[in-house]
Design a protein. Structure first.
Lengths: 216, 257, 216
């Protein structure tokens, strides 16, 4: 690694160094810069025009080009490679609260039936919520539960694990651990503890959810 | 581990106190600071001397009526024990590790803590993104195809779950699943049974096992099964009849042409 | 202007062209891309690893360099030119001493349980410390330890590597020395060996921690 040139030094850095500096500035800046903008950032005595000219030559025929727009400069990917960038346009959409809660319940209690999800959330699960999770590929159908009505169950997928950086759904922290990690703000009111224990039992009973792993 | 999680409250309370003990972060931190006064390599630190220094410190804190966190007192008790093991000739009748072994372990723990602090400082001294090196300022997204990426982080997920499991008191609507027979379940059951029941049979006969007795369970099963039979009748898979008002409802499977 | 190569062509483009493509893809993106991500966007038959190696050589000593973090790659400005980028500097939330130490312990002992962190620091992990590290994206959940109680473990992330300019967790400063000095061992307190068998921590035996990262 080269030493950082002292910006206050009298003598301008060598041209090769000036070119690197311009390259780094143009790369990191979030908008095109005029030659004057660039000069203002460089040490005294630099020849910005020459550095820009050399940089432009260096990038000729590369995957990246130095473009001039008006009197400003920016580094851009080569226009002929635009087709490579097709997969890039990503619109971010935040998952709805209903969806994230449903997803959380499935992740923590899988395999989980719709009824179980509704029971924990306390409201009906809309068709669209599960559809969305299925479509995202984060949830899939599991085995039917061997109980009256043989309801379908939902489980989380490998994609889900990948997206959330988990090795397995079993690695999700349980309530106690969430609390210990400071992720859980409200603590159950005294006297609510029994209620909570019952709930867990109700779930663990015929269902054999993952909760047993987490609650001890 | 469960112990650790259970008394988290106590520990949090203890933590608040620790901060008050002259800014030391726990007994190990205090020991490490004291050991510096010996001005030797941590590997050659005199644990005996260190124990005395620690016990003196605790004694002093007590005389100043500084309230000490339990951790500090536990460490003090342990060091007092260690001191006695180091000073007294070994009792051949006594099992267990020697005073030297215990002292060596403590020295190792201190060395390890110091080592972690050193590397933590080296880590933070590295070139850091956004301070020493920088990412592309104008990421390009010249796409033709649009892809919607749904954002949700693991933290969102864990918080959602934590929120759900701790708001029982606010539950607007909940029911006990064991006494509810879902419509989907009834639909499935009927659809399965009908092809083999070509004779008229009363609705009650289609109730699932264990649901026909009485009370809420029966009501739920009856309602769901009835609703399911209406749905199947609409689809032309079942025929229904009723002799009179309040007479038993009868149904039979219908061969689909 | 060159013609756009047909992505559906049978023969892979020449290596120089592959290198340009990788250059453009990485240049357009502000976050690290895995070799697999890059391959997925290149035409069939490209040698991504070779293209990356050539690109890395090409950018050596430039104002922008190709950095590797884990199995991912990104272009970043050369660290010695950081002083030119005052305008782009992002103020990081100041981490507490506890958070910094906790981060270091996780990085050097990963996967690390909360109990291990507390044992090393000799003090309880305070509320908000792990929370903060998780939120920064520098730490994530690892696999649960296969010991009684199956405690949750924490490991460092690719973002962590990216932030500190590390190619892998192996390159953590001082790691070899610490290992050689036995300071990354898991040594139970003498006399607690038999008890340790039932203890959460000791079951993994003396070889634990990062070794699993390095032995493949």
């Amino acid at each position: 690694m080269m030493d950082a040139p002292d910006p206050s030094a009298f003598a301008a850095p060598p041209m090769a160094e000036q070119e690197r500096m311009v390259e780094a500035i143009l790369f990191a800046c979030d908008h095109p810069l005029s030659a004057a903008d660039i000069s203002a950032r460089l040490p005294q005595g630099c020849d910005t025009a020459e550095a820009l000219a050399q940089l432009r030559r260096r990038y000729t025929g590369r995957g990246v080009v130095l473009m001039r727009m008006g009197d400003a400069y920016a580094l851009r990917t080569a226009p002929d490679l635009g087709w490579l960038m097709q997969a890039e346009r990503v619109e971010n959409r935040k998952l709805s609260r209903a969806a994230i809660e449903t997803l959380a319940i499935i992740a923590y209690h899988q395999p989980a039936t719709r009824t179980e999800i509704e029971e924990i959330r306390g409201v009906a699960v809309s068709r669209g919520t599960l559809d969305q999770l299925l479509e995202l590929g984060w949830v899939r159908l599991g085995r039917r539960r061997m109980t009256p009505g043989r309801p379908v169950t939902f489980v989380v997928t490998q994609d889900f694990l990948d997206h959330f950086g988990l090795e397995s759904a079993r690695d999700l922290p349980g309530l106690q651990e969430l609390r210990a990690a400071g992720l859980l703000d409200n603590r159950p009111m005294p006297g609510q503890a029994d209620q909570a224990a019952e709930d867990d039992e109700a779930l663990d009973g015929p269902v054999r959810g993952q909760s047993e792993l987490f609650e001890d | 581990m469960s112990d650790d999680w259970d008394n988290i409250d106590d520990r949090r309370a203890a933590e608040a106190l620790i901060v008050d003990v002259d800014g030391f972060e726990g007994p190990l931190d205090l020991l490490l600071t004291l050991s510096r006064s010996q001005k030797v390599d941590l590997r050659r630190v005199s644990v005996l001397q260190l124990s005395e220094q620690y016990l003196n410190f605790i004694e002093q804190a007590r005389s100043l009526r500084i309230e000490l966190a339990a951790d500090y007192l536990v460490m003090a008790a342990w060091l007092a024990y260690l001191k006695s093991r180091l000073l007294l000739p070994p009792d051949p009748a006594e099992d267990g590790p020697s005073g030297e072994d215990l002292a060596a372990h403590l020295a190792w723990q201190l060395e390890r803590l110091q080592a972690m602090r050193d590397v933590a400082a080296r880590l933070m001294g590295r070139d850091q993104k956004g301070r020493d090196f920088f990412v592309r300022g104008q990421p390009e997204a010249v796409a033709i195809t649009r892809k919607t990426e749904t954002q949700a982080s693991l933290l969102d997920l864990m918080r959602a779950y934590a929120r759900l499991r701790t708001r029982d008191e606010f539950r607007p609507y909940a029911f006990n699943r064991s006494d509810i027979y879902a419509l989907e379940a009834a639909l499935e059951r009927l659809a399965r049974l009908l092809p083999v029941s070509q004779d008229w049979a009363s609705l009650q006969q289609f109730l699932p096992e264990g649901w026909g007795k009485a009370g809420q369970r029966r009501r739920s099963a009856l309602a769901s099964t009835f609703a399911a039979s209406l749905e199947l009748a609409k689809q032309g898979k079942v025929e229904m009849r009723q002799a009179d008002a309040f007479a038993p409802v009868q149904l039979r499977g219908r061969e689909t042409p």
